[in-house]
Design a protein around this ligand. Structure first.
Ligand code: BGC
Length: 364
């Protein structure tokens, strides 16, 4: 019943919840007119699997602690997200948690939040160009990129299981995909991956037959699987002609799966990386198709974020573990960064099933 209600409200892009447990101020779940603190949670899109999980985790944890939650999904549209944030501010939100669509597009609306003394936590994606962002909860995004680059090298046999060069000279033909240009994470993932791939590109062990070696050339607006599939198809010429496509750097599972679909006509699966441990991708990893993905435990990210909200609303200081990495152009945003983990055919069951992130049934 509750799940159905949540799904219906999610469909409408809006979810206002109150604590499920009875208490002195227990109110009708749709009526946020009590005096529990109200937390606005702005999420990018229901189209990409991870944000649905993230939103569910954050709102469930906030709700269980007795907060009212106003969660909205922005259909991946920056203007919609600005409107949603404005509505949360106008509704008297006490704190905002924001997973941005376009991290550079929120300065105006967040100035209103600052004027109303509403603390703002950037969730997973950095918010840039404003001092009206107080904290950042995310993963070590550079490390995500390092894991992706290293997986590609290992899948190709350029490094061994311990990460040491094997001496394989190649040349191995690869193509490179990046994430959405309006998402700061995409740049950090790319930089992390390039930090390990660059020496091999420079020495010629890796070649990029399309010649598209800049992040801008490999970018995927909105992290769109469709756009990535189209780009992969447009690069197939030399590979149709007999050159082997050895590997593809992909920053996100949706892109990885689109790349694998677009290369199906070649009759083999190149080494393809990924991120998020989405169900389809993990099934593909288990089946020996997609080579690897990167798992980020979004339950932990929700926990860190909720602890930040609690500390801020109690007048305390949230715990952070990084005060140098995330300069948003106006300030260095104090951050708590969690550790990402690589997942392969050999490790998926241990990493994802044993940890309770998925059941074995869900991955069948
Ligand atoms: C997130 C990734 C995700 C991507 C697409 C990034 O900001 O950090 O986990 O794959 O957005 O949703």
């Amino acid at each position: 019943m509750r799940a159905r209600t949540m799904a219906a409200l999610l469909g409408a892009g809006v979810l206002v919840l109150t604590a499920g447990c009875a208490g002195p101020q227990d109110a009708d779940p749709q009526d946020a007119g009590d005096d529990k603190p109200l937390v606005g949670v702005a999420m990018p899109s229901v189209e990409l699997e991870r944000w649905v999980t993230d939103g569910d985790n954050v709102s469930a944890q906030l709700t269980s602690l007795g907060y009212d939650v106003d969660m909205r999904y922005a259909e991946d549209d920056p203007a919609t997200q600005v409107e949603q944030l404005q509505a949360m501010i106008d509704a008297g939100a006490d704190a905002l948690v924001v997973a941005s669509v376009d991290g550079t597009a929120l300065s105006g609306v967040l100035a209103d939040a600052a004027a109303a003394d509403i603390p703002v936590i950037a969730y997973d994606r950095l918010i840039s160009g404003t001092d009206a962002v107080d904290y950042y909860a995310s993963f070590d995004n550079f490390r995500v990129g390092v894991l992706q680059g290293t997986a590609l090298l290992r899948g190709l046999g350029v490094v061994d299981a311990t990460g040491r060069p094997t001496g394989a000279a190649g040349p191995f033909a690869v193509e490179l995909f990046a994430g959405s240009p309006d998402d700061n994470n995409a740049t950090v993932f790319w930089d992390g991956a390039m930090s390990v791939l660059r020496p091999y590109l420079d020495s010629g062990v890796l070649t990029v037959p399309s010649g598209q070696v800049q992040r801008e050339q490999g970018a995927t607006q909105g992290w769109s699987a469709d756009l990535a599939g189209e780009r992969m198809a447009s690069l197939l010429g030399p590979y149709r002609g007999g050159l082997r496509l050895d590997g593809v750097l992909s920053p996100y599972d949706g892109i990885s799966q689109a790349v694998i679909a677009a290369t199906a006509e070649l009759g083999y699966v190149p080494v393809v990386t990924g991120q998020d441990a989405e169900v389809d991708a993990v099934r593909s990893v288990a089946a020996g198709e997609q080579y690897a993905t990167v798992y980020k435990d979004t339950r932990q990210l929700a926990e860190v974020t909720v602890q930040m909200v609690e500390a801020l609303l109690d007048g305390g200081e949230p715990e952070v573990n990084d005060t140098t990495s995330y300069d948003n152009g106006v300030k260095v945003v104090p951050a708590y960064l969690l550790a990402p983990q690589e997942v392969t055919k050999d490790s998926y069951s241990k990493v994802l099933v044993d940890s309770g992130y998925y059941t074995a049934e869900e991955l069948r």
